[in-house]
Design a protein around this ligand. Structure first.
Ligand SMILES: Nc1ncnc2c1ncn2[C@@H]1O[C@H](COP(=O)(O)OP(=O)(O)OP(=O)(O)O)[C@@H](O)[C@H]1O
Ligand SMILES: [Mg+2]
Length: 368
């Protein structure tokens, strides 16, 4: 099945999965493929490999969409009537923009942004990159400039983390620690556990930085904006569940990754989230050649004995791995029932440019 059928009526595609399975390349490939088919698409990538970013024409520091040069797409065989836009998500910038949007006035905004520990805390506070990715997604969806948004997701240890991000932000806003720090400042010192109070004190003596005052100042300034944040988190959460949104799970055919994909797919269904299908990326293909006397005889005519033996071993290894990939994938397919599964083979060499995306699309969009 072609990925096109899965997403032609969608406005948001979220590529999720465990670390290193190909979420970023799959997101970019799908976005390019849909642009080729006439849509105005934006892909929100997270920390793409430098070479892929260069190929897409993305600057080091992103957070703004840039149109991918149509000539480059054409050169890779991906020319078409649509447009491809891409950006690299910058969690900190997104958070800055969020503070900017919700601050009651310039003074409050600057109080947060110029706080010395804002940078350290902004990741923790916002549920890190996870939340910021969806925040940006929501913003772009709201603006309505694109037919389709493709969201790459960050490499979390647990592929589920980001789903929980909006709720985590809301929980944090309502958490006692935030309330405490808002009420806190110096008077709060006495309320801290003895250990932390001592720690703050020692740090101040050692470094001259009054961490507690910075922390209190930060949360006080942030405090006025929390209603806006909470409201926003709710809307981001709602966008994830809409019928115009779909989740694509990306997985490798390795056992651990398949197990995680299967767990994740159950979670998506339990949470009543729109689950489109699975991309199994980097399948080792079955090959026709079989080790045996015939092959050995053929190789003997071509190669020196030792090398011939290595080739046979190599083939055996490959076949074993291809078998394993096929078995693992079959397990997941059974569990998915009628939900589509699209297989992309291990391509020769990395996928690091638009031509590589085109090579992936030969499989992602096959039969479309
Ligand atoms: N089908 C494929 N064949 C060969 N190489 C591939 C294939 N798909 C992805 N790769 C390579 O695998 C590496 C990881 O891919 P990618 O960065 O897309 O994974 P990711 O899931 O986004 O990783 P992370 O979780 O770290 O963000 C890249 O070097 C990419 O070029
Ligand atoms: Mg990635």
């Amino acid at each position: 099945m072609s990925v096109e059928r899965l997403i032609e009526r969608k406005e948001v595609v979220i590529c999720a999965g465990s670390g290193g399975v190909g979420k970023t390349t799959t997101s970019a490939a799908i976005a390019a493929g849909m642009a080729q088919r006439g849509k105005k698409v934006a892909v929100l990538t997270i920390d793409p490999a430098r070479r892929l970013a260069d190929s897409l024409g993305l600057p080091e520091l992103g957070n703004e969409e840039r149109q991918v040069d149509p000539a480059r797409l054409r050169a890779a065989g991906l020319g078409g009537p649509g447009q491809l836009w891409a950006m690299t998500l910058d969690a900190k910038r997104t958070f800055d923009d969020l503070v900017d949007a919700h601050a009651p006035d310039a003074q409050a905004r600057d109080a947060v942004l110029s706080n010395p520990i804002y940078r350290e805390l902004s990741n923790a506070v916002a549920g890190s990159q996870d939340y910021m990715a969806m925040e940006k997604l929501h913003e772009l969806h709201q603006d309505g400039h694109y037919d389709l948004l493709v969201l790459d997701t960050p490499p979390t240890r647990n592929a589920l983390d980001f789903l929980d991000a909006p709720a985590r932000l809301s929980r944090f806003i309502d958490s006692r620690s935030l309330q405490f720090f808002r009420a806190g400042s110096r008077a709060g010192l006495g309320l801290l556990g003895k250990g932390s109070a001592a720690l703050f004190y020692v740090m101040k003596r050692a470094t001259g930085v009054d961490l507690l005052e910075d922390v209190a100042g930060f949360f006080n300034a942030l405090g006025d904006m929390t209603d806006g944040f909470r409201e926003r988190a709710k809307r981001v959460d709602a966008l994830l569940g809409e019928s115009r949104t779909t989740f694509l799970l990306v997985t490798s055919p390795r056992a651990a990754s398949i197990a995680e994909a299967s767990y994740f797919s159950r979670k998506l269904r339990d949470a009543d989230l729109p689950f489109g299908g699975v991309v199994v990326n980097r399948m080792r293909d079955q090959v026709k050649a079989r080790p045996g006397p015939k092959l050995e005889a053929e190789l003997a005519g071509l190669l020196q004995e030792q090398l011939a033996r290595k080739v046979v071993h190599n083939l055996e290894d490959h076949l074993r791995m291809a078998d394993r990939d096929a078995r693992n994938t079959a397990l997941l397919r059974k569990e998915l029932g009628r939900r589509p599964m699209i297989e992309v083979p291990e391509l020769p060499g990395d996928v690091h440019d638009i031509a590589g995306l085109a090579a992936m699309n030969a499989y992602l969009f096959a039969g479309g």
